[in-house]
Design a protein around this ligand. Sequence first.
Ligand SMILES: Cc1cc2nc3c(=O)[nH]c(=O)nc-3n(C[C@H](O)[C@H](O)[C@H](O)COP(=O)(O)OP(=O)(O)OC[C@H]3O[C@@H](n4cnc5c(N)ncnc54)[C@H](O)[C@@H]3O)c2cc1C
Length: 471
Amino acid sequence: MPIADRYDVVVVGGGLAGLAAANSAAQLGLRVVVLEAGSDERYLCNSRYTLGFLHVALNATTSAAEQLRKAVETATDGDVRPDLVNAFAGNVGRAVAWLGELGVRYIKGGPLPWMNRLLAPPALRRPGLHWEGRAGDVMLRKLGQRLKDAGGELKLGTRARQLAMDNGRCVGVEAVSNGQTVRFSAGAVVLADGGFQANADYVRKYISPRPEKLCIRNAATGVGDGLTMAEAVGARLSGLNRFYGHIQCYEALSNDKLWPYPILDLLATAAIVVDRHGKRFADEGLGGVYMTNAIAALDEPDTAVVIFDDAIWNGTGREYILPPNPNAVEAGATLISHPDLGSLAQALGLPATELQASVDAYNDFVQNCAAIAPPRSNRAAKPQPIVKPPFHALRVCAGITYTMGGVAIDGGARVLDLSDRPIPGLYAAGSTTGGLEGGGPAGYAGGLSKALTLGLLAGESAAKEIDALKS
Ligand SMILES: Cc1cc2nc3c(=O)[nH]c(=O)nc-3n(C[C@H](O)[C@H](O)[C@H](O)COP(=O)(O)OP(=O)(O)OC[C@H]3O[C@@H](n4cnc5c(N)ncnc54)[C@H](O)[C@@H]3O)c2cc1C
């Protein structure tokens, strides 16, 4: 097998997490190479597709660390690793400033405090995907250039397949480039391959019985190689059943104008979502990301329907970034409207008595505080009654953006073994990792801030370990 030069640090994946790790290690004087599976100069990844808001659980990254720690713990019901959340909350402000020093520009992206750091130039607010020359695309090109300036390398078309181990220590990576397996030896390896959302077998195993019925709301480059490689050398995996994503129109499964935006989260969580039996199946009040997970977990995930009334359609339906009213309909989604619930059910092919009973029970809950099953909270969204005709429906599907769980790491981004001990020489960052997001409510910490902060920490921790080895 051909052997490449020896490096201090080999990074797997050239998204934000990988390039942050590589730049931080290179700034600290290490010899670094990034292996990137994509072969195009503008290789696809979630960091290139991103909308570009840097936040922590919908809090400004400039907030106090204690506020950010609490925000992540609240969003996840505390189902996270305390040392990891502390490290994330304590370093995210520094990481965002560091990215700015590397030349990545931000603008204020909206009126809410968490919108104060949006990658510039901002992505276009238009249905469909528009990344060229914007937000993540510009950021990645800047980070690639900075890495080169600092003496680092980015090897395109090079897919890592296996970790090389020596006496329990990770000492490199075997990767396939141009059909040939090449060995990259290193003092440390950082896994930053972006999650497993595009691996149908893993998604079926951990997230949804029907992965083919989910909208691939991502770059389809996260195929779980990091998870596979880490598990093979004894790494612990954490929180694999949760993902970050949004409720998309059903037609997004076949119409590219309908993903990644517009999304239906606000509409769905102001009203109700029913299954093919006309019944509610989850607490819409826990928010759009939670409901997206609940839809994905249905035995037939492409059969869920959002039911709402005209007041909701013309109120909440017109709110937020690229609202569904009118954008979803203009881009090709079918809004089904009828003067009464019976004819709406008939048009949808749902049992009319069940749908009527679901809406009646929900209205009784909203208007009279009656008990309701499954329970309905107002944690992320206030329930609104479904009373004003015409009544409307949109068929929906679950859009999967990235997996929240993955390889277990500690606060220094060190990969942990089954006994919770760091595996020497092995680090992970970004969507490869688990332990910072998810839990019962599928709490979202922030994909970009997670990738950036854990990438920076991985590079710094690897540099420290290599320094210690050299001295
Ligand atoms: C449409 C969209 C909008 C988003 N908007 C936001 C937002 O506004 N705010 C926010 O916080 N988050 C947002 N996110 C999420 C955020 O962009 C991601 O969480 C983040 O960019 C992930 O970075 P990463 O480096 O972990 O993964 P990626 O950026 O996906 O990078 C992983 C890289 O690893 C490479 N790779 C995979 N396997 C291998 C292998 N075996 N060998 C070598 N290379 C490999 C892939 O090709 C890829 O280039 C959005 C995502 C999408 C898709």
